[in-house]
Ligand binder design. Sequence first.
Ligand SMILES: Nc1nc2c(ncn2[C@@H]2O[C@H](COP(=O)(O)OP(=O)(O)OP(=O)(O)O)[C@@H](O)[C@H]2O)c(=O)[nH]1
Ligand SMILES: [Zn+2]
Length: 292
Amino acid sequence: MEGKIIKGIAGFYYVYVKTFGLYECKAKGIFRNQKIKPLVGDNVIIDVIDENEKKGNISDILERKNELIRPAVANVDQALVIFAAADPAPNLNLLDRFLILMLKQQVDTVICFNKKDIVTEKEIRLLEEAYIKCGYKVIFTSTYTEDGIETLRELLKDKTTVLAGPSGVGKSSIINNIHPDANMQTGMISEKIKRGKHTTRHSELFYIQGNTFIMDTPGFSSLYIQDMEKEELKNYFAEFHEYDGFCRFNGCAHLNEPGCAVKEALKEGKISKIRYNNYTEIYEEIKNQKRY
Ligand SMILES: Nc1nc2c(ncn2[C@@H]2O[C@H](COP(=O)(O)OP(=O)(O)OP(=O)(O)O)[C@@H](O)[C@H]2O)c(=O)[nH]1
Ligand SMILES: [Zn+2]
């Protein structure tokens, strides 16, 4: 049978097989034969050992489309990053860091600003201007009015999506709104795990329906850009790209160089100040990072 690993814990892998449910599996032989460690998100072939006990063995890991390092998950189609449009006010520097990290891992990101019910049109426009211009899909939702929830559901459909965002933005409310049974699923897995040893937080995929899976990740309050040269950073700001070759200096970092086309565009309001300021701040941080 073919299924998907939705959780791995203490040497067991929980494999979800459509219509048959969840199997607790070992991965005997896989390490020896394929020399890879199974990952959450892997599509696998399992041999059922005991149907009543729902136990099996993973006999094959199907080819991975991609592999994310943080969080550790395979076959991700996209990331959904959720911030509150207000309360708490969105930390857009943190958002930009997240976007850079996903771009670096070649994962498309959809941006969701929740709590639409408590922001003004003006604030919405500002956020749209900053992020739609650089090519992101941006949606505004409210779990109170359910505004945007249907659009979100459509965006997630038949994809494996990593959900991320700081805490307090309404991530749990959104998950519950998208799929009220998501909680049930957690319960189901927890029952099995209680018999195991560890209860620490591990990454886990929720099965929504059809081929839709989501992975919730712990809320974060800071992100560091590592393994990047400061000269590389500008490549992660898509709105700068149309000015490539128009700056006076080759290799212009768009900071204090004279004749900089990006700074000119900034002055003319063609580039978002928010994004540009985040660029300079992250640039400085990379520049001052200790090299080991
Ligand atoms: N105004 C408004 N408040 C919301 C909305 N969605 C969630 N909230 C509120 O925001 C607070 C946080 O919601 P949660 O769903 O617990 O947020 P979370 O991101 O999962 O937070 P953590 O559990 O801390 O990670 C709660 O008080 C919710 O009632 C919304 O659309 N509009
Ligand atoms: Zn420049």
